[in-house]
Ligand binder design. Sequence first.
Ligand code: THU
Length: 140
Amino acid sequence: MKKITPIIEKAYEVAKEAMKNSYSPYSRFAVGAAIKFKGDDTLYPGCNVENISYGGTICAERSAIVSRVSQKGKGEVEFAVVLANTENPTYPCAMCLQVLCEFTKEDFPIFMGNPTKLTKTMSFREFLPHSFDTLEEGQK
Ligand code: THU
């Protein structure tokens, strides 16, 4: 486990609060996230928002990203926190990794856990060492 600094502790609390807002009547699997972007002190919360047309469901990580981009435009992820009610870490899904990748230049840590504690840290590139991209640096 990477060192838990005060800002990570704060993000953990933000993710925990977001998890309480999870709209997940179909899976009954609540997920909360918090994402910090470089040069921005705001911690963006996200929760999963499900839909009766299941494919319309939005994961917690993507909802946090969309919140940041809606408020301040594109940015670079500094770290992310993902929580669920599971003893073992809940890993970000592949679609969320691809979306996180869109706002990533350097590798960053992803902290995982549950409402009691953080249980694991992994780096983004451990999850996704190579990723689909068609644009060169500076084109985005
Ligand atoms: N979910 C997330 O919010 N994040 C993930 O990375 C994995 C899955 C949500 C989607 C769905 O609402 C519920 O978890 C069960 O799949």
